[in-house]
Each structure stands twice: as C-alpha cells, then as structure tokens.
Design a protein around this ligand. Structure first.
Ligand code: NAD
Length: 424
C-alpha cells in the first residue's frame, strides 16, 4: 500500500502521533484503500477563535478557543470541551479522532470532535468562566447543533459549564435546545446513570475480558490507578461483583491492602478529605509507580495518559489491563505488552461507557422523555458487552491485539459508511 508512513515516535509521544501509529497499523491489517485512508486521517473541520473577555477587574483578556470535527460520517460529531493551559490544535485533532473511533466501536451514530479553550479555570472566578463559556458558544453557534456537533464535559469542565453552553446556544436559537450538549445537570435534561457510566463500562469490559482469560472475579485481585470519577466507580462496581481491589491511587500516592480495600469507605474518606486519599488508613501507603507493577490479575489505569511506557511495561505483572483512562499506554509500549501475553481492553473500547450514556442523554432529550437508571444501565451494559465481543472476535479473525482489533472494528465501520455516502 502507498500510505505515507507516520514518522517514528519518541516515547513521550504527542497524542496525535500515538493515535496515528495505531490507525496506520489497523488500516494495513484491514487492507484499507489509500483514498479512504487519506479521508479518515484528515480532520473534517478545524476552527480557532479569539475570545475577548472582560475580567472581574475590568481588564480585557483574549483567550484562544478551538473545535476540531474529525469526522461526521456516522452522524453528528460528539466530543468533550476541555479548559486547560495545555490545550492546542494538535491535541484537539488527536482527541477528536479518538472520539470518532470510540463512537464507532460502540456503534452509536456519532462522528468525533473535540474542543477546548486555553485557560486556567482554577485561577478564574465563576463569573469569568461563565462569560468565557458563553462567548465560546456564541462563536461556535454555527458549528454546534443537535444534528451537527454535540459537546460534552472534559478536563476542567462539568455540568455547570454545560448548562451555560446550553443556555447560550438556546438564546441564539430563540428556543430551548437541550440536546445540543450532554453531561448537563439532571434538572436540565441530564441522564440518570451518567456519573457512573464510564466506570460501569470499565467494569463490564473487565468482567468480559476476565471470562475470556478464565479469571474468576471472586478470586481476582485488581489495582486501580486514579481514584476520580472513572477509577472510583470502576473500583466500587468491580468490588460489588466480588473482585478484590488490592490497590488504588491518586495524586497523593498509592494505597495497598492485600486483603482488599473497602472501596465504599475509601470513597467516603476521599469525599470528606478535599477529594484525595492522603492519610487513608484502610491500606498501606506505597509509591505511585509501584501500583502499576504489582502482582495482580487486573490493572486498571484510570488516571491519565502515558503511564505505561517502554520504561515500565516489561515489569507489569497483571494478566489483563483495562484502560479506563484515555491513552494510558504509549504506542511504543504496545509491543512489549503484547509479547508478554497481557490482554488489553483498550481505551476506545473500555472507557466508551461515558459517551454511550451521553448518547442516551441526547436520545432522551430528543424524545422529551426520561429513562430510569435501571433502563440506562441495562442498555449501556448491553452496548458495552456487544462492543467487547465485536473487538474480541476481530482480534481472533485478524490475529491482532485487542487494541488494533478495536481500531479495525472502528475503521471498518466508518470506511464502509463513507463508501455508501460517498464524497464529491
Ligand atoms: P478525575 O479528574 O475525576 O480523576 C482523575 C484521578 O486520577 C484523580 O484521583 C487524580 O488524583 C488521579 N491522578 C492524576 N494523575 C495521576 C497520576 N499520575 N498517578 C495517580 N493518580 C493520578 O478524572 P476522570 O474523569 O476519572 O478521568 C480519568 C481518565 O479517564 C482521563 O484519562 C479521562 O480522559 C478518562 N475518561 C474519563 C471519562 C469520564 O466520563 N469521566 C470518560 C472517558 C475517559
């Protein structure tokens, strides 16, 4: 094939290179033709805006806002909105493509997008963040829309920002449009089950993978890196299903208890302790890096990207890695993990429970109806389990890792849809 090979990547990868190297391998395994390869590797739209905001002290500060729509082949694009000083166009491009593959793996009718504003929300007042969010929405009014592009929370944003975004968009349209954004507060059309959705999907993926590896959940030991939204719900739900959570960690360090950590207690402790586990007495404190190389059955990285690299991959002893975080494994570490025979439930599969329930939020908003938590959970569990089976079967059919299989499933779906729709 005449693809242009992506440049060799350093271990501290930029996320776009990391994503592209897997995309490239999967495209080759799938035998994707050059034309479609070139269509899928190029973002459909990249928008950058300048947002002058009056700060509380009366000064005017100009912020840079971004939105990248990687693909709208499967449907309106979907992806988070990030407020962070690290936001830049290259990162948005990678994260937008990631969303395309993630939505395709779980077979929901969305393309992929990502947006962000370069800012430090921790140093801004609520009023400043509100004005910035409204200005950004106003600038993106032509981009966003329930049938065009649907944002959601990401790093630095949450239900509060989504409510402002929905309100600003609705004011531009002259009517209430709650389906323009997901991750809203419950009273504004948010979905039951959204808070735990990603952790729940991690649990479903972990149990499905354990079944393939013949690991009995009642005898399984699990360590979980990151004890925020994803890590704590994944820990809780896996513990409820009989697994022994032997280690958890956050930025304050890692906590180990061979007999199993009382996860409910740890969550309560965190919630009463400014959101972190420092001083948690239900376990022995160990170094953060140690958690990744403990002798456990399952490792769940659910904190941040690039934590499993060529430096530590060889020391990992788990039989299964379930990626709650986005991009926790560097592309260069993939072959080391594969050679060790470790199964990986990759990020675009394992953490897709969040976008799945976001999709349910959009569906409920459009129906003008509210589903019970039970209905949300049952439907998202089924979507996650079906996606796992599709990826697992593709890994057997193409004789590739679960990660490459997930990209194959996604690229296959998007490319077939593209061929039906056609270009100009
Ligand atoms: P969060 O901010 O709620 O929690 C992050 C946790 O990780 C915190 O406990 C933090 O202390 C810890 N942490 C950060 N860096 C760490 C490190 N180096 N070592 C150990 N702990 C560390 O974030 P979240 O929403 O749980 O997201 C976690 C990951 O999951 C991110 O990669 C995110 O992109 C991904 N993700 C989240 C969702 C979602 O719905 N929240 C969906 C898909 C993917």
């Amino acid at each position: 094939m005449a693809y242009i090979e992506p440049a060799p990547i350093s271990d501290k990868e930029n996320p776009f290179e990391s994503m592209m190297s897997r995309f490239h391998i999967a495209s080759q395994a799938l035998g994707l033709d050059d034309e479609v390869y070139n269509v899928l590797k190029s973002p459909a739209k990249q928008v950058q805006v300048s947002l002058p905001i009056t700060m509380d002290d009366g000064s005017i500060q100009v912020f840079e806002g971004f939105r990248v729509i990687h693909s709208n082949i499967l449907g309106p694009s979907k992806g988070g909105l990030r407020y962070d000083m690290s936001v830049h166009m290259d990162e948005m491009k990678a994260l937008a493509a990631w969303m395309t593959w993630k939505c395709a793996v779980v077979d929901i009718p969305y393309g992929g997008a990502k947006g962000g504003i370069k800012c430090n929300p921790r140093q801004m007042s609520a009023g400043e963040i509100e004005r910035l969010t409204r200005a950004y929405t106003f600038a993106m009014a032509e981009i966003f829309g329930p049938d065009r592009d649907i944002p959601a929370p990401d790093m630095g944003t949450g239900p509060r920002e989504m409510a402002w975004l929905m309100d600003a968009y609705s004011k531009v349209q002259g009517m209430t449009v709650n389906s323009v954004v997901t991750g809203k507060p419950l009273v504004l059309g948010g979905s039951l089950g959204r808070a735990e959705a990603t952790g729940r999907g991690v649990m479903v993926s972990a149990l499905a993978a354990m079944e393939k590896l013949k690991i009995n959940p009642y005898q399984a030991s699990i360590s979980v890196q990151g004890f925020g939204n994803v890590g704590s719900f994944a820990s809780l739900l896996l513990a409820e299903r009989g697994c022994r959570i032997v280690a958890v960690s956050d930025l304050s360090g890692a906590y180990y208890n061979e007999k199993g950590i009382d996860v409910e207690h740890a969550i309560k402790y965190r919630d009463n302790n400014n959101g972190h586990l420092e001083g948690f007495e239900g376990a022995e404190k160990i170094l953060g890096e140690e958690l990744l190389t403990l002798k456990v059955d399952v490792l769940v990285p659910a904190a941040t990207e690039d934590v499993i690299t060529t430096e530590n991959a060889d020391n990992i002893k788990a039989r299964l890695i379930v990626e709650g975080a986005n991009g926790p494994t560097s592309a260069n570490a993939d072959p080391i993990i594969n050679d060790k025979g470790i199964m990986v439930a990759p990020d675009i599969l394992a953490n897709a429970g969040g976008v799945t329930v976001s999709y349910f939020e959009w569906v409920q908003n459009r129906l003008g109806y509210k589903w019970s938590a039970e209905r949300v959970n049952r439907r998202s569990d089924r979507i996650m389990k079906d996606a796992f089976d599709r990826v697992y079967n593709a890994s057997l059919e193409y004789k590739v890792s679960m990660r490459i299989a997930a990209y194959i499933v996604a690229i296959d779906k998007v490319s077939k849809t593209y061929k039906f729709r056609g270009g100009f």
